[in-house]
Design a binder for this molecule. Structure first.
Ligand SMILES: *Cc1c(COP(=O)(O)O)cnc(C)c1O
Ligand SMILES: [Zn+2]
Length: 463
């Protein structure tokens, strides 16, 4: 595996292709297809040479990934630290690294742990370049696209996605890095249903932004039709190349815990279910290679206003729901595209190690505001995760005494408008939010004199 001076540099290897999760049909990975041409089911990407990876002892894998943390090669500092498990067919020279991945685990302090009911960590995926976890999957998808453009000599590529805000921010950012004479970026958003910060991101990256009526599910249907009938490169997580990069969340979490996943529980908010699929896939890879000894418990969290997967888990029946307004707007999805993949992972691997809890809009806001009053910068979806862990501990859904890692999927600042509405008590009644006085905050205006400020704060004068 050595190459030149750096013994930790990955080689190009593997044989990757699409496999249909419905009929098992196999397709060339260089085709831009997103569902099975035969039966219409979702596609997964398989590395036909994955078995070869098992020949390397687990301790060597751990050493390799640990050593790469000190590498000066930029392209393996992000999600491609796990090149062999993500996209080994793409050489490092085609990898687009914009600083994604490698996000910190932050320990909850004592007060916050008491409030939630157990000590826990927040893995802060808001510290990605476009401030959400979507950058992980965009790094793999755009690196792949960059690779295909080079080897197939493509020009006039149109990258497109539907979005609740963060996919479009990430897609526009990564696409903007590619040559303008070969690639155009287009994003489709539900008008009025992304935050001002999220709207500013693709505009700033120079993408064509199309707003349309409806919610995310409506945008998704349009983009699916475009991907079916026209030459476009789909950047939603329905494109399994996105899932590959998003698996890095699981690899990093295991690595940050010294590869010890015994008694681990990972808490993930669910929208379109791409992220939770990727997190499960990532832990499955590590288990298959012997790098970890057991799978963690996965706790999915949904808002009561968009909870089809929570309903499936409690009733055994999956049915899309019509969403109601949710502050966890990035996860406000009634018909999650990746549900069949979640189901498959649960049936094949996780069984009773996959749980889902639903939380109220009030609980989400209180989760976010309380976490952020104790040293965090979690978004509403991160608040949803915190609230979900609290509720699952209270109701006994998850056992006490585990190591809990909560996914804050984006940065607080992207969702500041929900905090503003909370403080101003200004929510549309459809959210069903009652603001709590003790969680409100507002600036005060004073005259700018030290004496006035000292008096306002009740300061004691030095003698
Ligand atoms: C996209 C997104 C989610 C939901 O992830 P899915 O893969 O759609 O389940 C949650 N939180 C944030 C901040 C997101 O951007
Ligand atoms: Zn098929």
């Amino acid at each position: 595996m050595s190459q030149g001076a750096d013994p930790f540099m990955p080689d190009v290897a593997g044989e990757m292709g699409y496999v249909c999760i419905g009929c098992g049909g196999r397709y060339d990975i260089y085709e831009f297809i997103y569902t099975c041409p035969e039966c219409g089911s979702l596609l997964k990407i398989e590395n036909a040479a994955f078995e070869d990876l098992k020949r390397r002892p687990a301790s060597e894998w751990r050493n390799l990934f640990d050593s790469r943390r000190n590498s000066t090669t930029l392209e393996i500092q992000g999600v491609f630290r796990f090149h062999e498990l993500i996209l080994p067919i793409v050489p490092l020279k085609d990898v687009i690294y914009l600083g994604e991945g490698n996000t910190p685990l932050v320990r909850a302090n004592r007060e916050l742990s008491q409030w939630v009911g157990a000590p826990f960590f927040v893995k802060n995926d808001g510290l990605n370049p476009s401030a959400s976890f979507k950058d992980r999957g965009m790094a793999s998808a755009i690196s792949f696209l960059n690779h295909v453009i080079r080897v197939r000599g493509l020009t006039d590529v149109l990258g497109i996605c539907a979005s609740t805000g963060d996919t479009s921010a990430a897609a526009a950012l990564y696409l903007s890095y590619l040559p303008k004479d070969k690639v155009r970026a287009v994003v489709l958003l539900p008008k009025g249903k992304v935050t001002p910060q999220q709207l500013s991101q693709p505009l700033g990256s120079g993408a064509k932004v199309i707003e349309m009526p409806g919610v995310f599910d409506d945008c998704m249907r349009v983009v699916e039709e475009l991907a079916q009938n026209y030459h476009v490169f789909l950047l939603n997580s329905k494109n399994p190349v996105r899932i590959l990069g998003q698996k890095s969340y699981a690899y990093e979490t295991a690595q940050q815990l010294g590869w010890d996943t015994k008694g681990l529980a990972v808490v993930v908010p669910i929208g379109n279910a791409g992220n939770i699929t990727a997190v499960m896939d990532g832990f499955i890879d590590l288990l298959e290679l012997g790098i970890i000894e057991e799978l963690p418990l996965i706790l999915g969290v949904q808002s009561e206003h968009a909870d089809p997967i929570a309903r499936w888990r409690s009733s055994g029946v999956f049915k899309p729901v019509k969403v109601r307004p949710s502050v966890a707007q990035a996860a406000m999805i009634g018909d999650p595209v990746s549900f069949p993949k979640v189901k498959l992972n649960v049936e094949r691997y996780f069984s009773d190690k996959f749980l889902v809890v639903s939380v109220s809009e009030n609980e989400i806001m209180e989760g976010m505001l309380t976490a952020n009053r104790h040293g965090h910068v979690v978004c509403t979806q991160g608040g949803e995760s915190v609230a979900g862990l609290k509720k699952a501990l209270e109701t006994g859904l998850v056992p006490p005494g585990l190591t809990y890692v909560v996914d804050s999927t984006s940065h607080h600042l992207k969702f500041a408008s929900f905090q503003e509405r909370y403080f101003a008590d200004d929510f549309d009644p459809a959210y069903g939010i009652q603001t709590r006085e003790d969680l409100k905050n507002a600036p005060v205006t004073l005259d700018g004199k030290a004496a006035t400020i000292a008096s306002f704060l009740g300061l004691r004068r030095k003698t």
